[in-house]
Design a protein. Sequence first.
Length: 481
Amino acid sequence: MLCHLNYKIDKDYWKNIFFENIEKGRWHWGVKRRKELHWYQLFVPDNSPLKPLFKDIEDQLGISGMNTYPRFSYHFPNIKVGHHLDEDKGVKIQFNLLDTTPTIHIKHKPYPYDSALIDVGHNEHGIEKDNNSRLVLQFFLRHSWDEVYDRLNRKGLIDEKKTLLINPSYKTYRPPHINDWCWPENNTFHSLSIQTTYQCNMKCANCYLGDMLNNPKFTNVDMIKFEEAISRLPKRCDIRFIGAEPTMNENLFDLIKIVRRYKHKPSLLTNGLKLFKEQYVIDLKKSGLNFLGLSMNGGLDDEVYKRFDNGKYAKAKMKALENCIKHKIVPHINVIVDPTNIHILKPLLDYIIMLCKKYNRTPGKTFPIMMRIKSVGKMGNYLDTYTYNINELINIAKENFGDFEPIFEVQGYKEKYTCVFNFKTEIGTLYGKATDWSIDDDGLPDSGSKRRGILTDEYKIEPFFEYYGGIDETQSPRLEQ
């Protein structure tokens, strides 16, 4: 929904404000990813020395006292911004500051505007390429459409004539209930991740959380709200406790028990450092955990861990893997691969086989150990290195594990960038998975997944990477060489 406004902004004044303070701005996070200068932003938070300059315009618009978060947005010519929803389901008031007329595309329909109120939180929108640059002053309001519309309307700022031409029913508009499916009782995802904590005891080069990591702004999952959400899920799900590092949450055992209580299947994605202690693994098993994913990017090689995970972790992770196999917690061994660490795969597989012989574990349906290789996903913090595509990952797996037939279906869901397979070893059949984390034009890996969801910090359900892609702290990457 877009409503034209009849407010006439002083374009020269605000354009000068932008250019006189341009050094206070920043390049959009996508500049580093795309390696082109295409989008520059100047944010004006409440503590900015520029914020008092906005008092008069906010008074005139009737939005004083609201969470307005003004910002300038400068787009270079011929850039494209893919369709997306803005975070926090907010709305924007936008003013064009140049002589040319910008166009926003809402649900792939073009809307030229000079000043407008736009529901960017409930309607997918984007920018298509054109020959003009654009400079826009925006107020991003974390308030409902009705509240902002009413304030503008009371000031007589809704341009009825122009808005009727594009949206005849705008007066009765209500934001689409796109979030109805987000409530736990309407969940359709087979696998739900739980952000157990944002704390971590490692500093891995690859971490999609970016600046969310160890950030006190983001708190541990609330057990009461978590149980309330889990109790409302309509059918049995795989519940994956993730982090940062989920074992940093002292309530992890109780969280696992809650999942079991409601007949769901718990699993854990861990760096394994706490699993070095055998008693911790025993306690995980007693709480009801039978499966986990163990990150082993360096395999048995400390020098590789130094590059991928910024530390010597081979001994701790090898012991963690042994404790899991000893106490019948099925490990899925996860390895992020780039051209520097392919050599660790065969020795790692040999070590797994040795442990299975030692503890009399037969891989297969009753003890489905999995080797999973993944490419580098360039979201959050990541190694500045080559990202393998799915076909290259399949070839790497065949070279190191033996021949197999890849299956592009996981848990009944058709997949494009993930395949599963099984391969023969001297002790039985091992399972494998390859996942291509290449990002799309919106900077997201695995976008549009129908299988992979997350319980958000608001205890709703959203697609996994789309949720994190909308959080500012994941969009300021730290590149490791």
